[in-house]
Design a protein around this ligand. Structure first.
Ligand code: TRP
Length: 455
């Protein structure tokens, strides 16, 4: 087999990982969910989840990836634990699953760049969304988006992914920052900041009943699993993405430092997106509403339709969303591609193309009807991601254990104490939190009947 690829620079890895993390999750979901689940209260719960649970889990994936130097499935074998391969298989499967509908939303974004420039949605944003979000239009753009993703991944790690994300990530931050400043200068924006950031403590209430099994109810049962799963989704965990990206990293690099950078930048972009989106809605007197698939596209499009420079601002905004979505989607495809390339020594461009085609097919129901998209997304959030992260943590913490600490510390200036603290945190608190999330997620899935596909 030919020499395995690596990142050319340390910044290359960090930017690729941030590019994977920053995506539709930050811009499409995060601001709306924050306003819905208690503003500043949710923000705090989310940050605790990202730092307390997401960060240790990301370190677990980094360790598995760098130590094994292999894709997310073979990594477990290389580390001497064949029978934990299922964790990798589950992750790669979830990558397929998520990318299938992620790409559909990516297609909408493409559509909205054009729609902003021509003003196509200006007359009636809601019915425009209805007509382009499902059916043939959506299917075609889903295909176009997938083609773009395939093109970048086909280019390889250094020339494709690293080069693309080095350009994309700084652009996202700069343009979003500029938009946030511009929104700040608009009159009528201030109630938006209040709405986005004021704490709603009632979201933290919880009641427990024992008859005979403990069952939980109250707003917190939504907030906790949502914050934790949002942290997983947003940090690209539970899908082998971080295992795969870390497998191209050298032993002289501090995984600790890198993961903190990723978590901080990712949260910052989420907040920044909120500071653009929510006040912008208030400027035009649009209520943020309850999120959902169309929130960004309908409410925000309404705001752009009313603004003086709406066409330009709209196009720039959706272009940023597109860049963010693309840099995440390439990590999803890379996970699967990396496995096939490593295992069968097949040519990367062909593998990326075939896999891209299969993922396109899996996404057709979501493109045809948004009810399917919601179903795919709900299952990923409530069940698949927490399950897969649980597997990673059980493996890294309890099965692999001590060697993981050594691997974590390699290349960093932190002492043994920090490594051991991570290990015990991962083994106990973090696993318990993920179990709770999983339990609450399953409870929601079955109580709401969300588990039933929309046939
Ligand atoms: N993190 C990306 C976002 O916020 C989505 C994503 C990319 C992802 N890779 C992933 C989610 C792996 C889960 C697993 O939009």
């Amino acid at each position: 087999m030919s020499q395995r690829e690596t990142w050319a620079t340390r910044a290359g890895f960090i930017l690729a990982a941030v590019g994977s993390a920053v995506g539709l999750g930050n811009i499409w979901q995060f601001p709306f969910k924050t306003s819905e689940y208690g503003g500043a209260t949710f923000l705090v719960v989310y940050l605790v989840a990202a730092l307390g649970i997401g960060l240790p889990a990301m370190l677990a994936e980094f360790v598995i990836g760098r130590k094994s130097n292999l894709n997310a499935i073979s990594a477990f074998e290389r580390l001497g634990h064949r029978n934990w391969k299922w964790v990798g298989v589950l992750g790669v499967g979830i990558g397929f699953w998520i990318l299938s509908y992620y790409s559909v939303v990516g297609g909408w974004v493409l559509r909205y760049i054009g729609g902003s420039l021509t003003g196509a949605y200006f007359a009636d944003p809601a019915s425009y969304f209805g007509s382009v979000s499902a059916g043939l239009d959506a299917l075609v753009l889903h295909a176009v988006f997938m083609l773009l993703v395939v093109a970048i991944v086909a280019g390889g790690v250094e020339d494709g992914i690293e080069r693309a994300t080095k350009l994309m990530v700084p652009s996202i931050v700069v343009i979003l920052g500029a938009l946030a400043v511009w929104v700040f200068t608009l009159s009528g924006a201030s109630p938006g900041y209040v709405y986005f950031l004021s704490p709603d403590l009632s979201q933290l209430s919880l009641s427990v009943s024992f008859d005979p099994f403990p069952s939980f109810s109250g707003p917190l049962t939504n907030v906790i699993p949502f914050a934790v799963s949002q942290a997983f989704f947003s940090l690209s965990l539970g899908m082998g993405a971080m295992i795969t990206y870390a497998s191209y990293v050298g032993e002289d690099q501090s995984l600790f430092g890198d993961s903190i950078t990723v978590v901080v930048l990712n949260s910052a972009v989420g907040v920044l997106a909120g500071l653009v989106v929510i006040p912008l809605l208030f400027v035009q007197g649009v209520e943020p509403g309850s999120g959902g698939a169309g929130a960004l596209f309908i409410s925000l499009a309404t705001a752009f339709a009313e603004l003086p420079a709406g066409r330009l601002v709209g196009a720039v905004f959706f272009a940023v969303v597109l860049i963010a979505a693309l840099s995440s989607a390439i990590s999803l495809l890379e996970v699967v591609t990396s496995y096939v390339v490593d295992t069968y020594g097949a040519r990367r461009p062909r593998v990326a193309a075939v896999l891209g085609g299969l993922i396109f097919l899996l996404g057709t129901p979501s493109a045809w009807d948004t009810a399917w998209l919601t179903w795919f997304d709900t299952l990923a959030y409530q069940l698949l991601l927490p399950l897969s992260v649980l597997g990673v943590l059980l493996f890294a913490g309890w099965v692999y254990g001590r060697p993981a600490v050594a691997e974590l510390l390699s290349g960093s200036s932190f002492g043994q104490g920090v490594g051991v603290t991570w290990l015990w945190l991962a083994r106990t608190v973090v696993i318990l939190a993920v179990l709770l999330t999983l339990w609450l997620g399953i409870q929601t899935l079955f109580v709401d009947g969300a588990i039933v596909p929309p046939l």
